[in-house]
Ligand binder design. Structure first.
Ligand SMILES: [Zn+2]
Length: 334
């Protein structure tokens, strides 16, 4: 267990290195992260926490080996609503606990001073609808709150150091998620997904907005005033979008900020209806990771830019790997 609290290090002005993608890295190492999926991600890499726990631990270890100060447990979609999509709702706790334990055992062996963020991703069930709506509307406020609060408390009991409520794309969901996660009594970080530009808006209007909701980051910061959020990070967005969004976040939010970008993840196999990669390149349907636009050294340049913008937590999301985090390390911790 780390000797200094993460919030103290951030308050002291330190910049911390976050890990890179875990689900995509598991996929790169041959793990089937599309268990039970036919046309969507379903619970994504959740089952790997038990079925391939050795590989999950190895991914965490590799991030620690290259200097990550924070690793995110592989809880991305061990939440009940997502486990239900593969018929495992009754067993969500087993997988959620396993994810936390995998990260904690890697930390113990790899670097006891590193922090484990218990990652809880938004159900994102609404993206199945024609017009995306907040999860709190789709599943109801009470169910959304319970899912997040139960998960956060469970991870706190397992022993994580903070809760990362991530992959949230609507202001209403962000506020509800941090409130629920705060009930676990740990620091709460918020990871906001899919920063614009959006397809519908003019580029200048779309900068710093969440792609599905078109809500602005400054409105998000305002909505979070008085709520328990210890850091806000922009995630699972193009590096360029994070560069555009961070200054808006810096202007509107007083606490620590950060970013961890998606470098171009294309879920493949049975996944259909995804003609574009997240980096806007056409998909061939075979490639799972197209990172050639974002080499490790290119990402290190972005990291330097983000640090100058005031980011204190910097890492990678989908399609980033240990080679990216290793190359960002000296820039982030300089
Ligand atoms: Zn991502």
């Amino acid at each position: 267990m780390p000797t200094v609290k993460i919030t103290e290090r951030l308050s002291a002005g330190e910049t911390l290195l976050l890990d890179g993608g875990t689900g995509s890295e598991l996929q790169r190492r041959g793990v089937n992260v599309l268990d039970g999926a036919t046309d969507r991600l379903k619970a994504w890499s959740a089952t790997a926490n038990i079925e391939f726990s050795d590989v999950v631990r190895q991914v965490h270890m590799d991030y620690l080996r290259v200097g990550a100060d924070i690793i995110i447990s592989n809880n991305f979609w061990t939440i009940p609503s997502r486990m239900e999509t593969i018929g495992l709702r009754d067993r969500w706790k087993e997988y959620a606990i396993a994810a936390g334990e995998n990260a904690l055992s890697a930390r113990k062996e790899g670097n006891p001073e590193a922090y484990v963020a218990g990652g809880i991703a938004a159900p994102t069930m609404q993206t199945l609808a024609d017009v995306p709506i907040p999860d709190v509307e789709h599943m109801g406020t009470v169910a959304f709150h319970k899912e997040n609060a139960d998960h956060a408390k469970l991870l706190a009991d397992v022993g994580v150091d903070l809760i990362l409520a991530e992959y949230l794309g609507f202001i209403a969901d962000c506020v509800a998620a941090v409130d629920a996660c705060a009930e676990a009594g740990l620091p709460v970080f918020l990871g906001v997904r899919h920063i614009g530009p959006t397809g519908k808006m003019q580029y200048s209007d779309a900068i710093g907005r969440m792609r599905e909701s078109e809500e602005s980051l400054s409105d998000l910061s305002e909505a979070l005033q008085g709520h328990s959020v210890d850091a806000i990070l922009l995630m699972c967005s193009h590096p360029e979008a994070i560069s555009a969004g961070l200054p808006i976040l810096r202007d509107s939010f007083d606490g620590p900020i950060g970013g961890y970008p998606n470098l171009g993840y294309n879920p493949t196999g049975p996944i259909v209806d995804r003609t574009m990669l997240t980096n806007q390149l056409p998909s061939t349907g075979r490639d799972i990771l197209q990172t050639h636009n974002y080499s490790p050294s290119r990402l290190a340049e972005f990291a330097s830019e983000w640090k100058q913008m005031g980011a204190q937590i910097i890492g990678g999301c989908c399609a980033s790997g240990p080679e990216h985090i290793m190359t960002m390390n000296p820039v982030v911790k300089d």
